[in-house]
Design a binder for this molecule. Structure first.
Ligand code: SAH
Ligand code: SF4
Length: 428
């Protein structure tokens, strides 16, 4: 989501006449778009601003801006700690960035931190995006989250769920396709809840069908789906719509029912597994990925074993694992029994070791198969790079004329993170 917000911020800057600078020193504006989901990125902000301040001392006209979730969570504190900041806005008021920039250029501090998302936040969709990838585009379809996972800062920083209207989404996608985009990646903190907040409710599966109807949309992905909201209608749509990719990111967080309950995730290990088995049955060869938090307060060896058990049963193609990071103001941060860092490190290392073996096994299954790959980039003289519908990176020899094309390719070699292929034919 932050990445997509940054694309929007860059689009706004472009419409205001800004261009990317080659070095920090020559920049007229340095903008940091922050994330606050875990503590580490959060801590880095002040040290970055300290670096930018040195640049500003030599070039006093240069402006320093901080945007994003950290502003929502700790904006005023940040202003006090880092007075060098000229502009500040959160994810609620990116659309006000042009006004704030004008204000700062006129020599005023431009700080806007809102308690709640404003009425006119939909104005943001009128600004263009500046993207690096010409063929794959993110499209935000829902903002905020109505869940209350006890470890998570998102409901505080991004507010309650606000679905973007169907018309606005489809219009953006049509523009993207006209621009040459072939893969659409629908985005939201809880994308599967899209449409539930409309006066006349809509279902996420309807959105998938509507997007697929747009001429030129060759591939559809979406993140992040929540296990509770992933119902039969969505699974059915995924199975029936040819453009929906054969991959799903479905965060489980923990395999222990006791911990899932403490996290307030709203499902049990068994319910999660039931959905996974249904997905695997209805969508042959689907690649599943997940998020896991290791060392949630009070997590025992037994709880952790339950997580490992799920990993072994499901065989995820990819796992994003995080050490539990206490976030200010969240219930989990004040649970007494916090887990020491050495134990978190030991557990995450063990988890990654097991996952390495699973990934090697899965990679082996790709060898000798034929995959459809969307070529995204030409690297060097003749190396093409693209992704399979299961979201695996693949490399093959070929020329620039194949970029943006979907090809069928034979997998010659397969390692856990990369496939080496040979192009057989261009599909479209
Ligand atoms: N909406 C998504 C998650 C968005 S946050 C979902 O519910 O699945 C992305 C990931 O960051 C989460 O899945 C979780 O694994 C991780 N995360 C969030 N808060 C965290 C915390 N306090 N400590 C460690 N990891 C955290
Ligand atoms: Fe955070 Fe995701 Fe839970 Fe929402 S569903 S509170 S974004 S972890």
């Amino acid at each position: 989501m932050n990445f997509n917000d940054s694309e929007r911020i860059r689009g706004i800057l472009r419409t205001m006449g800004y261009e990317p600078a080659k070095t920090w020193e020559e920049a007229d504006l340095i903008l940091l778009n922050t994330c606050t989901i875990r503590e580490k990125p959060d801590q880095k902000v002040l040290s970055h601003v300290g670096e930018y301040k040195k640049i500003k001392e030599k070039k006093p006209d240069a402006l320093i801006a901080v945007a994003g979730c950290l502003v929502q969570r700790a904006g005023w504190e940040l202003v006090q700690k880092a007075p060098a900041i000229d502009i500040m806005f959160s994810s609620f008021n990116i659309h006000q960035f042009p006004e704030l920039l004008n204000q700062a250029q006129a020599g005023y501090k431009a700080i806007a931190i809102l308690e709640n998302p404003p009425e006119d936040e939909d104005k943001i969709w009128e600004y263009p995006l500046e993207r690096d990838n010409p063929y794959c585009a993110y499209v935000t379809v829902i903002k905020g989250c109505d869940k209350n996972c006890t470890y998570c800062v998102v409901p505080r920083t991004r507010g309650r769920e606000r679905s973007r209207s169907l018309e606005s989404i489809l219009e953006e996608i049509k523009r993207l396709v006209e621009d040459g985009v072939r893969e659409i990646h629908l985005l939201g903190q809880n994308v599967t809840a899209w449409g539930k907040d409309f006066k006349k409710q809509m279902h996420f599966s309807e959105l998938l069908w509507k997007v697929a109807e747009i001429e030129g949309v060759e591939r559809i992905r979406f993140t992040t789906g929540h296990p509770v909201d992933l119902d039969d209608e969505i699974i059915q749509a995924m199975a029936e719509i040819p453009q929906v990719c054969n991959a799903l990111h479905l965060p489980i967080q923990s395999g222990s029912n006791r911990i899932l309950n403490l996290m307030d995730r709203g499902y049990t290990k068994e319910e999660y597994l039931e959905k996974v088995f249904k997905l695997k049955e209805k969508i042959k060869g689907i690649a599943l990925s997940t998020d896991i938090i290791v060392g949630f307060p009070s997590e025992t060896e037994k709880d952790f074993e339950d997580t490992l058990d799920v990993i072994k049963q499901v065989e995820f193609e990819q796992i994003f694992s995080f050490k539990f990071s206490p976030r200010p103001g969240t219930p989990a941060a004040s649970i007494e029994n916090q887990i020491p860092d050495e134990i978190k490190t030991r557990r995450i290392t063990e988890l990654l070791e097991i996952q390495k073996t699973i990934m090697a096994k899965i990679a082996g299954r790709y060898k000798g198969t034929v995959q459809e790959i969307l070529i995204e980039e030409l690297r060097g003289k003749d190396t093409l790079v693209g992704r399979t519908t299961t979201n695996r990176w693949a490399e093959m020899k070929g020329g620039r004329e194949l970029t943006g094309k979907i090809v069928r390719a034979l997998v010659k070699e397969a390692s856990p993170f990369n496939l080496t292929c040979e192009v057989l034919e261009v599909v479209r």
